[in-house]
Design a binder for this molecule. Structure first.
Ligand SMILES: [Zn+2]
Length: 152
């Protein structure tokens, strides 16, 4: 498995406090388990590492000898994803593990012992869920900040 992280992505992940080793770990785990969502050549994989769920958005080329991943972005959230609440709308995403369409819906999200429903891409077949980048970096980051402030 060959993994390329372009310079501008290296800068972005450093700013987001994500380690290069974790990005590689997420991709390698996803490629060996086939647990990821795919759409039009794009792949989104995630892994809980320590207190955060790390996501990597990457392109994948299947070479003759080994696969080559090019990282487009990486992001994270700290709240924990729980069970799927609903699956309401079609998405372009396919759950690679089930080879079934993934849906837009809601999942239980728990942070600092409080659970709320939040939007996610879900696979009702394997009960897995993924948060897209704009939601993780904007909405969820704001929610986490609010909870931390309340706790402080
Ligand atoms: Zn699935």
């Amino acid at each position: 498995m060959e993994i390329t992280i372009p310079n501008e992505v290296m800068e972005l992940i450093a700013k987001r406090g994500i380690k290069e080793a974790d990005v590689k770990d997420v991709i390698e785990t996803a490629e060996s388990s086939n647990k990821k969502i795919v759409a039009n050549g794009r792949n989104i994989a995630k892994k809980r590492i320590g207190e955060a769920t790390i996501y990597v958005d990457y392109d994948l080329e299947k070479g003759l000898i080994r696969k080559h991943a090019t990282v487009k972005s990486a992001y994270s959230h700290r709240l924990a994803l729980g069970k799927i609440v609903n699956a309401t709308d079609k998405s372009d995403w396919v759950c690679a593990h089930c080879n079934a369409p993934a849906m837009y819906g809601h999942v239980e999200m728990t942070y600092m012992q409080v659970t709320r429903n939040g939007p996610a891409v879900v696979c009702p077949k394997c009960n897995d869920s993924w948060v897209e980048e704009y939601l993780a970096t904007k909405t969820l980051a704001a929610v986490e900040g609010l909870f931390e402030k309340k706790r402080a």
